[in-house]
Design a protein around this ligand. Structure first.
Ligand code: ADP
Ligand code: MG
Ligand code: ZN
Length: 499
């Protein structure tokens, strides 16, 4: 913790609030039968409904409603027996109807919670984040500003792609999260991470932050101890876990500076700059009345029956926290170790590696050791690295066949990370072959022994521990391309010594 941040915590209490948008992975859009597939040639997944042409009528996607109810149930929410969609009116070129169909004062799910685990001084601690609502809406299209830097400023013209317009979007809004103290940034990150894992377990979305299928708005305010709540700012579209944490932290520090100068915080949206970690002012916030919400007249209310809800409850998967406890037990590791690999973003990658055939301990070793180190060095997330669980399975297979040593495996990883091609190509281009030829190894052993006659004597006299030095010398002379255990066996054989 920086001293700057410590000073903020000594003087102020933070309150955070998270609004998370999750694009559902349904086949079709929210109110029409167009494909909801990511991408596609611009404006090919469109029809009169999602283009907002006059006279077209929306129809609700049943799977989207089911997914939302399952999300609500998994978040311990109450499911409304009856609710409606609302029109949220605003004019923006990526929204062809000039209103968005959303939900306003009648969300489908409300009043739930999600428990998240955060590291504290006394080991991992559980913090309960309360959920205000989970509601359904539709996504907007995408604008592309051409002829400049990609931003609207300096562009010569803008293009619009409506493929995304109308894709089901679920918004999960937390209640104001109080009492986090200095852990506010970590709790924000842990919440989004837990929510993402839960959605993935439910199978409702691929929840890829980098592709924008999970987007997070981060609300932060500060107040001095004993005073009322401060004014919040809302940092929009933060799109990685690390950025969520950073956005809370930078916003806390920025607001504190302003408050200390006696300046007021204004209710506004802010942009998060991924490069610098700073936030910059966006627009001042609309009030709800600016949107002139009213019940959507073209859609019937959603009134899920109790039996339908019960049936959906029966489809809920093992929730991530329960699954983690089970895996921790299976792998025989401590809660602390489990927590650190979750924090490193390694859990799913380890599981995927095990599914690909890697031993649990080896999967953990690579992801939490070597690869986490590289991710930290490069300041990126583990899953952004160009190494896949399948690569690890392949490399581990080669190690067990004796084709690669551990050291050579590290070199393969290096090559993969530097974009030198796939596993076979890296092995080939780096000339990684295990020296398995006994004659060659014995030659190297004899060479090493002749260079250190004193050590040779020691081993012969029964000090087997001294063998390490000779094995090390052989590994060095073979550039790490020998199997150390085999060298050791051959060495002892050579000297006629028994373990
Ligand atoms: P809007 O759509 O205007 O952003 P929402 O109610 O959808 O409003 O979301 C506001 C978010 O900000 C919620 O998560 C809420 O808990 C949170 N929030 C409200 N007041 C504060 C505050 N004073 N400080 C921090 N967060 C707040
Ligand atoms: Mg908002
Ligand atoms: Zn359509």
């Amino acid at each position: 913790m920086t001293t700057e941040y410590q000073a903020v915590i000594a003087e102020f209490e933070p309150i955070i609030g998270l609004e998370t948008h999750i694009e559902l992975g349904t086949n079709s859009k929210m109110f029409c039968s167009c494909s909801a597939q990511f991408g596609g040639d611009p404006n090919t997944h469109v029809c009169p409904v999602c283009l907002g042409l006059p006279g077209s009528m929306p129809v609700v996607n049943r799977v989207a409603v089911e997914s939302t109810i399952r999300m609500g149930l998994a978040l311990n929410c109450s499911i409304a027996p009856w609710c409606r969609f609302a029109r949220k009116n605003y004019f923006y070129p990526d929204m062809p109807k000039n209103y968005q169909i959303s939900q306003y004062d009648e969300p489908l799910c409300s009043d739930g919670y999600l428990d998240v685990t955060v590291p504290t001084e006394n080991g991992p601690g559980v913090f309960r984040v309360e959920i205000e609502r989970v509601h359904m809406e539709e996504d907007t299209g995408k604008l592309l500003h051409a002829g400049g830097s990609g931003r609207i400023h300096g562009a010569t013209h803008s293009l619009v792609d409506y493929n995304r317009a109308g894709i089901p979007l679920i918004e999960v809004v937390t209640k104001p999260i109080l009492g986090t103290g200095e852990l506010a940034p970590e709790i924000a990150k842990a919440y989004v991470s837990e929510l993402r894992d839960l959605m993935r377990a439910l199978g409702v979305s691929d929840v890829r932050m980098e592709e924008g299928s999970l987007r997070c708005d981060v609300n932060v305010s500060l107040n001095r101890q004993g005073e009322g709540w401060g004014t919040r700012t809302e940092t929009k579209n933060v799109n990685s876990l690390r950025s969520v944490e950073r956005a809370v932290r930078t916003e806390m520090v920025r607001q504190a500076e302003q408050l200390r100068l006696g300046e007021r915080i204004i209710l506004e949206t802010r942009h998060f700059n991924e490069e610098t970690g700073d936030t910059t002012s966006g627009r001042s916030k609309e009030e709800a009345e600016d949107y002139r919400y009213f019940p959507e007249p073209d859609l019937v209310p959603v009134a899920p029956s109790e039996s339908w809800i019960k049936q959906l409850r029966g489809t809920l998967p093992e929730i991530p926290s329960v699954r983690r406890a089970r895996l921790q037990n299976d792998w025989g590791i401590s809660e602390f170790d489990m927590q650190s690999l979750v924090n490193a973003g390694a859990l799913e990658l380890i599981i995927a590696s095990i599914d690909a055939g890697v031993q649990p301990s080896a999967a953990r070793k690579w992801w939490t050791g070597e690869l986490t180190r590289v991710a930290n060095e490069r300041d990126c997330e583990l899953e952004e690295l160009t190494v896949t669980p399948a690569d690890i399975a392949q490399i581990e297979g080669l190690i067990s066949e004796g084709v690669l040593t551990d050291k050579m495996a590290r070199s393969v990883f290096e090559g993969l990370l530097d974009g030198e091609g796939n596993v076979a190509e890296v092995i080939d281009s780096r000339g990684l072959v295990v020296v398995n030829d006994d004659d060659l190894l014995v030659e190297a052993i004899n060479q090493a022994l002749s260079e250190s006659p004193d050590i040779a004597e020691k081993i012969k006299s029964g000090k087997v521990a001294a063998a390490g030095a000779i094995v090390g010398a052989v590994m060095k002379s073979t550039k790490g391309q020998a199997d150390a255990a085999k060298v050791r066996t051959l060495l002892l054989e050579q000297l006629g010594v028994k373990e």
